[in-house]
Write a protein that binds this ligand. Structure first.
Ligand code: GLY
Length: 403
């Protein structure tokens, strides 16, 4: 399939990264010093992503970089993270207008397009909405819309009315595994209903979110990573972890996937119960005695070796981006706390402790994320989604400066 080239854009569109921006009630003032840092970060990110592009063979997507061996790990388009690289290229392009990044994004989108028919993963929201969703905002086109719609249809095939959820991971037939991360794939379904008027996508998203509130969350608003359902009856069989420290622990990225996901749920439905859920998750995270002063979480809030546990920059970046949306919807006191926390995170991630020197780090922007600690993979490495949500958070922060 020939994708319409984004490089043909004659006029640039300012993408405001928050679709619900018109309904904002809070307005906060960004710091000029941090805005200047962000401008430099975008220039450095532009240079870095050209380094990253050089480390890829045709058809490959970046996955991680291992500093100790100077080895880059790449994937094919079926890996759950394949949308982040083209999405980040587009987000940097939108800022810097560097056509080289747009050309690279076009190439990656053409390779990724076939995943619209992939019905073996719940990650189509990450893969297709973070890539084609951004492409379609930048340059709306019937081809992008069709790809997004087909992706939403593929994702919907994984919904089970008995469990009231989309299946996350395929496993043995007696299992029906749903992970908290799945909250991030619902935005694609809302897009599909808005685009087509077909409410079935919206209903699946709302049902999945309601079931998630019921079964994934503990009374303190921390979440389990994995719920295993009986696919026939919908009963909960197990509550456990896969990527966290323990079944009863609070895996950091899982907490912030939920924070981001329920913020989107509120934006898309205006149902206050989702705003309450997002605020309660934010309070669990922000009031947690194990959240470090610089607000970059340890990889698990209950890791045993805190304060020597590894930090997860990806969790920090996702949290910053989510809080910069949630702060617009909530009361002024909480909103200010969220805005200030996001500001601290962006400042910390912009420091040499996390942001790589241009030309190093395999071309990734950020260092020090944790992918899958229990499996021993992607530990203390740069990851594409840390970069994606860091760039998104910086754009959201800058949007507060737009009068
Ligand atoms: N399973 C997606 C993640 O590692 O957050």
């Amino acid at each position: 399939m020939k994708l319409k080239s984004l490089t043909c854009i004659s006029a640039l569109f300012l993408i405001i990264s928050l679709p619900g921006i018109a309904q904002q009630k809070n307005k906060f003032t960004p710091q000029p010093g941090l805005l200047a840092t962000i401008k430099k970060n975008f220039a450095d990110a532009d240079a870095q992503y050209k380094v990253l592009a050089k480390n890829l063979k045709p058809g490959e997507f970046p996955k991680a970089y291992h500093p100790e061996t100077n080895k880059q790990e790449n994937s094919n388009s079926g890996w759950w993270c394949s949308g982040f690289y083209p999405g980040t290229l587009l987000n940097i392009y939108e800022e810097n207008h560097d056509k080289a990044l747009l050309t690279e994004a076009d190439i990656m989108l053409a390779t990724l397009a076939k995943e619209q028919y992939n019905t073996h993963t719940h990650d189509l929201g990450f893969m297709m909405y973070c890539s084609f969703g951004n492409a379609n905002k930048l340059n709306p086109s019937p081809e992008y819309k069709q790809i997004l719609l087909n992706s939403a249809k593929s994702l919907s095939t994984r919904f089970n009315p008995k469990t009231g959820t989309i299946k996350s991971w395929d496993s043995k037939p007696s299992d029906f595994l749903v992970i908290i991360d799945n909250m991030m794939n619902l935005e694609l379904l809302f897009w599909a209903t808005k685009e087509t008027g077909d409410s079935s996508f919206y209903k699946i998203a709302v049902t999945h979110a309601n079931t998630t509130i019921k079964n994934h969350y503990r009374p303190d608003y921390s979440s389990y990573h994995v719920i295993n359902y009986d696919a026939e009856t919908g009963a909960v069989k197990e509550k456990k972890t896969a990527q966290g420290f323990a079944n009863e622990s609070a895996w950091a990225r899982g907490q912030v996937w939920g924070l981001y996901g329920f913020t989107v749920m509120y934006r898309e439905t205006k149902d206050k119960k989702y705003l309450d859920q997002a605020n309660n998750i934010a309070k669990f995270v922000l009031n947690n005695p194990n959240l470090p002063a610089d607000k970059i979480p340890y990889w698990d809030f209950n890791a045993t070796n805190i304060p020597n546990a590894l930090r997860d920059a990806s969790a920090g970046a996702i949290m910053a981006s989510a809080l910069l949306e949630l702060c617009r919807y909530t009361n002024k006191t909480d909103g200010l706390r969220y805005f200030n926390t996001a500001q601290s995170i962006i400042r910390t991630l912009s420091s040499p402790a996390y942001k790589a020197e241009p030309g190093t780090n395999g071309g990734f922007i950020l260092q020090h994320s944790v992918g899958h600690f229990p499996a021993g993979t992607e530990i203390d490495v740069p990851l594409t989604y840390a970069d994606y949500y860091f760039v998104e958070a910086m754009k959201r922060y800058q949007a507060f400066a737009v009068k």
